[in-house]
Write a protein that binds this ligand. Structure first.
Ligand code: GLC
Length: 670
């Protein structure tokens, strides 16, 4: 078998000279490499060469220095591989032969701010028993690399990618934590901000001084002509506190320059039309991979390539870049996978998992933003039609990839429901999105929610939503009123949403505090660096005193924690929930009932039914026959209950109840 023989003629030619060069370098260090490492490295190189050469050639070949810079990649990958610690090399092989490791039903994620959860990285190690008790084994620690001083967008303005935020610890702490997680069968995900750096990053400082090499690392302009032309089609991410996409620095390079700043003024967009930028970011990836990070969350990927006349998101070149990063990672550190942070419309989202000629070559994971938005949309409207229609029209995840599913995370909720999808079920998208803003900000009559609008634009009615799950689902209001029925309904809503992300397909992520029903935290208002950004209301510190009540079933905290934990345990034992088994929604004969099926080739189907209303409802039971479930059928979410009963051909669901239905014979097969 020869992967080289399989290459296109031009690629093969490039491969031959690349390997030549590489071998010369290798000869010099050959003594230091054991033969098996060397073989593995060369086999992987041959396998993945085309996957990085072709995208890089298509993006950069026209630049005069392409040849030279491309060849420099040889040294880069050799150096990174040489530094890879032995235990991680073993993990690489393990995961190469278990490529579905991250798709397994046992995977359950938790998202934590290091400082808010445990103070420091060492503190996180001390809190491991809490994570293990919950059942979380994929630990996403929010931005922890050294940020700029002052406001830093929650850590997404990185000054030094090779240092940990000194308030949280140092690189050794990160490495030790990764080792400890691995020895407990857990994995570590961290953020890598690939689209921009802080303006205090060394490259930016040099650009500021006028160094031409580093000016070419960013998008800089002497005059406003080009920025103005781009602005015509660019949306604003933070219209309230960071309007526009460019910033004028009067002293830059001695004469003043405009810089592309999609997010905040202090976050400078990187210029990926420059291959040097790609190589630098790649070496950061390798550096972090060699510290033991398992999953790199690639922040703001859709913005990585700009094109005049577009919104400068989701450009085809972004997918070339991702493929090149991905294949180079497969050579040096194949146990590391990528998660795309692409919070984009449903039709653009799937491509981050690799489609068409990028199939199997981009990110293994991406946020299922559509599902998240639709959960909240349905909870407000009590009607499952938009959700069912939209999800039915979403392509299945490509082989070897899966979603991360979530109810909430650290960002606002943007109502990514298209006009077309709303219209298809007789709704008006614009009005529906307006309704969601009114409902979740609590203005809509009868609303149970306590959210707050984020970046609202009165001119066009666009707005997004901040708030913790519990507050948006009605718990804050209900507890304040002290009404037990409302409290009960709010808890049911929280559990209903989580029941779906635990079973719809992908790695479910629990956002810190949701497992305890934490509500909005307004203390950020007292901090001048945070006060203008209400996303901080849903980034609370872990109240360990509250967490201590989690075993008391009489408390709201205890009720939520117990049920969450129960769902997690069941998920982790249910083969049908392996990420490779397809998930798609089913129409039912009741507009309040959301249904979906997980189809496992070996273990049969699981059908889930979810009542999105506060009333008892019934739904036609034929849906189960249609999905080839055979009697007796069990609701595995309540394993102690007797088999399912049907009356007059209909199944009954209590307010916000969900059922996870599996044929008993599948269960008996274990
Ligand atoms: C991502 C982060 C968000 C941040 C932005 C800019 O979307 O999730 O919190 O503001 O990137 O880095």
């Amino acid at each position: 078998m020869s992967n080289a023989a399989y290459m296109r003629p031009n690629t093969r030619k490039a491969y031959t000279s690349f390997v030549d060069k590489l071998n010369k370098k290798l000869q010099k260090i050959a003594q230091a490499w054991n033969p098996r490492d060397r073989d593995l490295f060369l086999i992987r190189l041959e396998r993945y060469f085309a996957d990085f050469y072709e995208p890089l050639a298509s993006l950069y070949q026209s630049r005069p220095d392409f040849e030279e810079q491309f060849m420099a990649l040889a040294s880069l990958i050799i150096a990174a591989y040489a530094e890879r610690p032995e235990p991680l090399k073993k993990l690489d092989v393990e995961r190469e032969i278990t490529p579905d490791w991250f798709q397994r039903e046992s995977m359950v994620g938790g998202i934590y701010y290091v400082d808010l959860f445990a103070g420091t990285l060492k503190g996180v190690r001390e809190k491991m028993p809490y994570l293990q008790e919950l059942g979380a084994n994929y630990i996403h620690l929010m931005p922890l690399l050294k940020p700029r001083e002052g406001a830093n967008d929650g850590g997404y303005a990185v000054e030094d990618y090779c240092a940990v935020n000194p308030e949280l610890g140092n690189m050794d702490d990160l490495e030790n934590l990764a080792t400890e997680l691995h020895s407990n069968n857990m994995s570590l995900c961290i953020d890598l901000v690939v689209n921009h750096t802080a303006k205090e990053h060394e490259w930016a400082r040099r650009a500021m001084e006028g160094d031409p090499k580093y000016l070419d690392y960013y998008f800089t302009y002497d005059e406003s002509t080009l920025p103005d032309a781009y602005e015509k089609t660019l949306p604003e991410v933070f219209p309230d506190f960071a309007p526009g996409n460019f910033t004028w620095y009067p002293n830059m390079a001695g004469k003043g320059k405009w810089v592309w700043t999609t997010f905040n003024e202090f976050q400078w967009d990187l210029n990926y039309t420059n291959l040097a930028v790609f190589c630098e970011m790649l070496s950061y990836m390798f550096f972090l991979a060699n510290k033991g990070v398992d999953i790199l969350r690639l922040d703001a990927v859709p913005f990585m390539w700009k094109r005049m006349g577009t919104n400068c998101q989701n450009q085809p070149e972004v997918h070339e870049l991702l493929q090149a990063f991905h294949s180079l990672m497969r050579i040096v550190a194949p146990s590391v996978i990528f998660k795309a942070e692409a919070i984009v419309a449903p039709q653009d989202l799937i491509h981050y998992l690799g489609t068409g000629r990028h199939t199997g070559k981009e990110c293994e994971l991406a946020y299922n933003n559509s599902l998240m938005v639709l959960l909240w949309s349905t909870l407000a409207s009590r009607k499952v039609t938009i959700m069912t229609h939209t999800l039915l029209n979403m392509p299945a995840t490509p082989v070897g990839t899966t979603w991360v599913t979530y109810v909430r995370l650290h960002d606002d909720i943007g109502w990514a429901i298209t006009d077309e999808n709303a219209q298809a079920v007789g709704e008006n998208g614009f009005l529906h999105r307006n309704f969601l803003n009114e409902f979740y900000s609590g203005k809509f009559p009868g609303s149970f929610s306590r959210g707050e609008l984020f970046q609202y634009n009165p001119a066009n009615g666009d707005g997004r939503m901040s708030g913790m799950t519990a507050s948006l689902a009605g718990l804050e209001k209900a507890v304040e009123k002290g009404n037990p029925r409302d409290i009960d309904l709010a808890i049911r809503r929280i559990l209903l949403l989580y029941s779906i992300i635990f079973t719809y397909g992908g790695i479910p992520l629990i956002y810190m505090g949701d497992e305890l029903g934490l509500c909005n935290d307004k203390s950020y208002l007292k901090n001048p660096l945070k006060a203008n950004d209400n996303r901080w209301m849903h980034r609370p510190a872990m109240p360990w005193k509250v967490a201590a009540r989690r075993h008391d079933a009489e408390t709201v905290t205890g009720r939520i924690f117990k049920e969450m934990k129960r769902m997690i345990t069941i998920r982790q034992q249910t083969r049908q929930l392996h990420g490779a088994s397809t998930a798609y929604p089913l129409w039912t004969d009741n507009e309040h009932v959301f249904a979906y099926v997980r189809q496992h080739p070996a273990h049969g189907n699981m059908v889930a039914l979810c009542n999105f209303s506060e009333f008892p409802v019934t739904v036609g039971a034929n849906i189960l026959m249609e999905q080839k479930l055979s009697w007796p059928i069990r609701d595995i979410s309540q394993p102690d209950n007797p088999p399912l009963r049907i009356e007059w051909g209909r199944l009954a669901l209590q307010p916000y109840q969900f059922l996870w239905l599996i044929s008993e014979d599948e269960l008996n097969q274990g």
